[in-house]
Design a protein around this ligand. Sequence first.
Ligand code: 5GP
Ligand code: SF4
Ligand code: MG
Length: 451
Amino acid sequence: MCGIAGVFGHPEAAKLTYLALHALQHRGQESAGIVSSDGTRLYGHRAMGHVAEAFSEERLTKLPGDSALGHVRYSTAGDSSLRNCGPFWVDHALGPIAVAHNGNLTNAETLRRTLEEEGAIFQSTTDSEAFLHLIARSREVTTVERIREALKRVEGAYSLIFLTDRFLVAARDPYGFRPLVLGRLRDAWVVASETCAFDLIEATFEREVAPGEIVVIDANGVRSLQSQPAREARCVFEHIYFSRPDSVVFGKNVYTVRNQLGRELAREQPAKADVVVPVPDSGVPAAIGYAAELGLPFEMGLIRSHYVGRTFIEPSQSIRHFGVKLKLNAARSVIEGKRIVVVDDSIVRGTTSRKIVKMIRQAGATEVHLRISAPPTTGPCFYGIDTPTKRELIASSHSVDEIRDYLGVDTLGYLSLDGVLRAAGAADGRGFCHACFSGDYPVGVRAQGGG
Ligand code: 5GP
Ligand code: SF4
Ligand code: MG
């Protein structure tokens, strides 16, 4: 998964992009990159790690100009290495261009094979680089037309920002899988994956970039081109798990939706218990809604450490469930002697949830009831979320009763898809992708790994 941001027409474009990326850090922690433009050429820097590690004050001064774009990455296509970090930038016949991409192309392999047969030399193993090859090879006479043509040849999920020496482009695939929003900061224009990035830089939210839309921002202002007719299938998992709760995504505040998911869950899957405990952080808003709906007390019975890095030195006398224990600890004072409802957003492999349940039992819970504010995850995502293969998804091959037994809980309850869609504001069930829960994939996937 990835987060993207762009700024057009501000003297501190790179610095604002850096801050926007910081607000989008939850969308990708593997690498960060920024490309800026001073009207004559592009300047770029990419590095592994978090935004704050990847950029120093000095680094940012080497990214001059009044427009910029940036990217934070969590690999979904291509391995984790510097050559696969976004953004990508090149010089082609019509000038310099950079791209930041969130999403996954479903025809990436065939597209790459075709381009390579035509002579393209790829520098990375990501699907994102294909956009630049398509633009470079196009016969159209303007860069914007070349972008439009390139977008017609790719399939799948893309929220995109392009930057040239003269303008910035924001575009979204016809399904609108991944979010992308447009905002203003006085005379400057800003684009980002989520509105939480605007809040930090004090920009105002204008509107969503529409599915299938291409927005061109240059010295004359903003104009909009429809590249392809919209076939809306926004990713419902953005609301369930991925986006930040303070963002407005697909026109709805994420916290409000999650709270509503919890309320729907309480109606569908009530539990007789003494206290509601969220799995932090992602389970918190749904747990608050769940507790409120049933009139049960809400307590932080699991405490999360915010200082867990990628790797940690383990003592030679091994500690059971070390990884989970580093991150979470059960608060005995909340849990001991009580019937606990644990609320989380999703179960993927089930391995983490199982350890959390053990931890809660060890802290003295008399009963553990697990409630999930989404349906069972039965299939992988091919549109940019890093879910494991179908085989690794516990719900792809196990019934709810079997999962309950594996996790060691007294009862297990999932929210129905109808409940999810109601909470997300799609009572008619339309406009959203829910393929990882329903198997109803909006775009077919040609033989490839995906992820
Ligand atoms: P499991 O029990 O399946 O091992 O882990 C469940 C936990 O994984 C849940 O708390 C859920 O919030 C989290 N989760 C769900 N989807 C993702 C994802 O795409 N990335 C990460 N890092 N965690 C996820
Ligand atoms: Fe989102 Fe699931 Fe659809 Fe992927 S398959 S886009 S995670 S709803
Ligand atoms: Mg979680």
